[in-house]
Design a protein around this ligand. Sequence first.
Ligand SMILES: [Cu+2]
Length: 151
Amino acid sequence: MKTIRMIACLSLAFAASSAFAADKGCTVEISGTDQMQYDKKEIAVAADCTEVEVTLHHVGKAPAAAMGHNWVLTKTADAQPVANDGLSAGIANDHIKKGDTRVIAHTKIIGGGQTTSVKFATSLLKKGEAYTFFCSFPGHIALMKGAFKFG
Ligand SMILES: [Cu+2]
C-alpha cells in the first residue's frame, strides 16, 4: 500500500514538472536557413524557468563550412565584440574565442540538415538585463540576431 502511494506520488510530481517545462517556455526551438536567417527575432523565457534548453535546427542544405550556424547568448552590449573576437577562433571552436566569459551559452556550429542544442541555468541571467542571441559564424550577426528576454 505504501509503495503504491509513493509511486502515485512520484508520477504526479513527474507529470507536474513536465507540464511546467512545456508551459513556461523553458524550451526554445529556433531554425537557421541557407538565406542566413533565423526564424525568430525574439525569444522570451519566463522568470520561473530554472533551466532553458535551446534547440537549433539548420533547415538549409549548405555545409557548415559555407553557411554554418550556431546560437550564442550574451548581454546585448557584448554581442558584437564577442562576434568580432570569434572571427579568428575558427570553425573548430565554433567561432567563439576560447574561454570567452561573456558567452552565457552557445551551441556548436552546424550545417544544413543538422540539429544541436544547449541547456543552461537561468541563474546566469538577471531580470531586466538586455540580452541578444546571435550566430557567430563570420558575418552572420548582421542578419542573424534577436532579443532574448528573461523575466
Ligand atoms: Cu549563421
